[in-house]
Each structure stands twice: as structure tokens, then as C-alpha cells.
Design a protein around this ligand. Structure first.
Ligand SMILES: *Cc1c(COP(=O)(O)O)cnc(C)c1O
Ligand code: SF4
Length: 442
């Protein structure tokens, strides 16, 4: 392992600590400059495992994991790149650099679709921050201490919404809100811990959040889901970290209470499944009865090929994982560099899907997690001489929308739901980012 990083696993590699990575020191000057300039705008974070075991440095900059975790030239426009680069080169005052960088960030939609402000539930007239309840059966919980990640995905701007978020020292208060909310919402069967990455937390902290959910009066909570990238970026969390065994014991305790532990593993590329420690982490979780499902967005330069997805699902099934979702990435951050049009995503999905056995075909995609719900691109077809996308809801704000096909004009360049135009009288408001979503199809 990279010596200098070994003890700083949970620390971001900042621009000044980049020299701690020998592989970066050996890159040519222009790549090093790119990292320095782009990371001033899009902070990045990595760790020794990603650097030493996942990235193939002979293939840099095209290596998919390098693209996934290191800042790339294409993430900034030429103008923005030149502006930031010249500020850094002439040693501009920190305040000036900060102002420029903030202006650029604001132009990159750091808070897409009101992620954390919509769907925040209330209890006795008080909003419960850290909770999101969009679909009746599932509550999302964002523990305040799980709001960062082991490494940042370069396409992700999620960290932006947590910067400056107060670090509540006492999980108890948050958990109290969650428990009181669940007690009066018997329709909730799933509690999904998300972030950031909840597995950034020590087991001790996680236990404070989870144990209160195992009370007998919360018997309707059947499944604890944990959304995590740690299986890919820091599988040591489940194997060699000092509290890895305690973590497994905590999961066992959930299972003994009669509940299901569903690990929603964020896997972007088959290489993330290839190392002995990654496979060991999976085996340990499965041995105690956790199920691991795989999900990730389709990202240009990282996994924009049927070969990568088919291999990911095949390797996953071999290790006992369940392929779950292929997402379309949201309209945020350096989107232009990473986006894959819906039509192309569908073609890649179809090609990959047709190459795996039925056990891999549990996967759904491509899926847009949009304001009205989770919209699935079922296909592209020709109806009455018109080329159309066939869409449907996997999850809807109104459960009555689910599983009803609707249509949009085919547009090979469209990258998100609101780029599409309804066809054959499809409900227009589904395509409108500002719609209020009254019930339809009556
Ligand atoms: C995806 C998602 C869920 C969970 O949906 P499932 O289809 O049950 O996996 C819950 N809440 C939100 C906001 C989501 O995006
Ligand atoms: S793991 Fe998820 S939240 Fe964390 S950086 Fe990657 S995409 Fe963002």
C-alpha cells in the first residue's frame, strides 16, 4: 500500500497532499496540472486501496477507475479551465480563487431536483431533517455522521449538499425522530441508510442508529438497507478494519431479530469485484445472511460499454450478488463529460442483458430517479410510423402510475426525462421538471 496514505484512509487527498501518491508524481506534467486545476473546483478524495489495487496506472488517463475517482480535464469547459489554471499559476489570493471556484460550481447545478429538500417528512408539524419519504414503503435516512465517502466518484456532486452540514454530535436526537416517525407509519417496510456512505461510520456510531430500529413495536420494519460504495472503495471495512467483526455482529443482530439486511452495493465496474479483499468482504457478509444487490449509474469513460456491464453482472452473480439497477446519472456536476444519452444507455443495457443468464436479469434499467418517480426506459420501438421511447414507472409519487407504459418521441440526444417530449398523449407533466404531479390516468 502507498505508505503515506496508509493512515489517512479517511482523510481526503487534497491538492497539497497529492504528492503523497507516488503514482501521481510519476504522471506527466499535463496530467498533474489537470488534477491540480480541476480538483480546485471539484474536490476529490481517494485512498490507498483505490490507488494501489483498482487503478491500472499503465492505462491512465483512460483507465476506468482513474476516470471514476480522479479529476479529469473534460470536467471543466476550456474557459473555466484556463481561468482557474491562470489563477493558480500566478498564486492568486485564496479569496479570489474561492470566489471564482464557487461561481463555477454554482453553474454546475450542485443541488439537483431538490434532493434533500423535497420529500422531507413532518411529525407533529415539525420537519424531520435527514429523512426522506417519497414512496410509501421505503424511508431514506441520511445519518449526519455518514455524509462523506471513502473516495469521491468524479461524477458525483452529492457531497456539495453536505458541505457545511452541521455534524450533529448526538445521533440519539436523529434516531429519536426516525423512530417516532416509523411508529406512526406502519406502511414503511424498508429503512434505507444512505449518504454519502453510511459505512464511513465506525460500528459504534452505526449501532446507535440501528439498534433502536429493532424494537418490537417497529415490527413492520422488515428490511434494513444500507447503500454503500465501501464494498468497492474500501472492502477492508468488512474484513480487516478494527471494528469489522463488530460490524458483522451488528448485522447478525438485525438478522436474528427476524429482519433482512440488504446491502445496496454501488459497483461501477467489474474490476471492483476482482481483488481478493473485495471478494472476501462479499463472502463474509453473505456467510452471516446479508444479501448484496448491485447498482450504479452508467457513466461515460467508466462503464459505457455492454462488455463492462455484462462482465459486472456475470462476476457479481458468480459471487452471489443480485444485479438490481442500472441508473442514468443525474443532471449535476460535470455532467457533460460523464453523461450517456438515454438511447445509447438503453442499447448498452439491452446488449449486456442479452448476454447474461436469467440470474443476472434481475437487473432493471436504464432507470432515471426523477422528481415524479423512478422512470424505466423499457425500449425504443416504432408505432404507427413513429419512433418512440417506451417508458414506465418502477416507483411513482402516486403508486397508481407504476407499471403503466407511456411514450415519448425518440430523441437520440436526450439525456434526461425533461429532454423528452410526450408522444401519443402521454401525461405531459411527467416530462416537466416543475410539475406538481396531480393524479392522472383516471
Ligand atoms: C430508489 C429509491 C427508493 C427505493 O426504491 P426501490 O425500488 O424499493 O429500491 C426509495 N426512495 C427513493 C427516493 C429512491 O430513489
Ligand atoms: S459513493 Fe455515492 S455519494 Fe459517494 S461519491 Fe460516489 S456517487 Fe457520490
Amino acid at each position: 500500500m502507498t505508505e503515506a496514505l496508509q493512515h489517512t484512509t479517511y482523510q481526503p487527498v487534497t491538492r497539497t497532499s497529492l504528492s503523497a501518491i507516488p503514482q501521481v508524481e510519476r504522471l506527466d506534467r499535463s496530467l498533474r496540472e489537470t488534477i491540480e486545476v480541476v480538483s480546485a473546483v471539484f474536490p476529490f478524495r481517494t485512498n490507498a486501496y483505490v490507488v494501489d489495487h483498482l487503478i491500472d496506472w499503465d492505462k491512465v488517463p483512460d483507465d476506468p477507475i482513474y476516470q471514476l475517482t480522479f479529476p479529469q480535464r473534460g470536467m471543466l469547459s476550456d474557459t473555466d479551465y484556463r481561468t482557474v489554471s491562470s489563477l493558480i499559476r500566478r498564486g492568486a489570493p485564496a479569496a479570489e480563487l474561492r470566489a471564482t471556484v464557487n461561481a463555477i460550481r454554482l453553474r454546475h447545478n450542485p443541488h439537483p431536483a431538490g434532493q434533500l429538500t423535497h420529500n422531507v417528512p413532518e411529525l407533529d408539524g415539525e420537519p424531520l431533517p435527514g429523512l426522506q419519504h417519497k414512496y410509501p414503503e421505503t424511508v431514506l435516512f441520511f445519518p449526519s455522521r455518514g455524509q462523506t465517502c471513502h473516495a469521491y466518484c468524479s461524477y458525483c456532486f452529492r457531497w456539495a449538499q453536505f458541505v457545511g452540514m452541521p455534524d450533529l454530535k448526538f445521533a440519539a436526537k436523529e434516531v429519536d425522530g426516525l423512530v417516532r416517525y416509523l411508529r406512526v407509519h406502519p406502511e414503511v417496510s424498508d429503512v434505507l441508510f444512505t449518504g454519502g456512505d453510511p459505512m464511513i461510520m465506525k460500528t459504534r456510531a452505526l449501532r446507535e442508529y440501528i439498534e433502536p430500529l429493532l424494537r418490537p413495536d417497529l415490527g413492520h420494519v422488515q428490511t434494513i438497507r444500507i447503500g454503500t460504495k465501501a464494498l468497492a472503495y474500501w472492502p477492508q471495512r468488512f474484513v480487516t478494519d478494527e471494528d469489522a467483526d463488530d460490524l458483522l455482529r451488528l448485522f447478525e443482530k438485525i438478522i436474528r431479530s427476524g429482519r433482512h439486511v440488504a446491502i445496496m452495493g454501488h459497483y461501477s465496474h467489474p474490476r471492483e469485484l476482482s481483488t481478493p479483499v473485495a471478494q472476501r468482504a462479499i463472502a463474509r457478509l453473505r456467510a452471516i445472511g446479508c444479501e448484496i444487490r448491485m447498482q450504479a449509474p452508467i457513466i461515460r469513460h467508466v462503464n459505457d460499454s455492454a462488455r463492462a456491464w455484462a462482465s459486472l453482472w456475470r462476476q457479481g452473480v458468480k459471487l452471489g450478488l443480485v444485479p438490481y439497477y442500472m441508473f442514468v446519472s443525474r443532471d449535476t456536476g460535470p455532467k457533460n463529460y460523464f453523461e450517456v444519452p438515454l438511447a445509447e444507455s438503453y442499447t448498452i443495457f439491452r446488449k449486456a442483458y442479452s448476454q447474461v443468464s436469467g440470474l443476472g436479469r434481475t437487473v432493471r434499467g436504464p432507470v432515471m430517479s426523477a422528481t415524479p418517480g423512478k422512470v424505466l426506459i423499457n425500449g425504443v420501438t416504432q408505432i404507427g410510423g413513429q419512433r418512440v421511447f417506451v417508458l414506465s414507472f418502477l416507483q411513482g409519487r402516486d403508486p397508481d402510475w407504476v407499471k403503466r407504459p407511456f411514450f415519448a418521441h425518440y430523441d437520440p440526444a436526450a439525456t434526461w426525462l425533461f429532454d423528452l417530449k410526450p408522444a401519443f398523449g402521454a401525461p405531459e407533466q411527467f416530462f416537466d421538471p416543475d410539475a406538481t404531479y396531480a393524479p392522472i390516468w383516471r
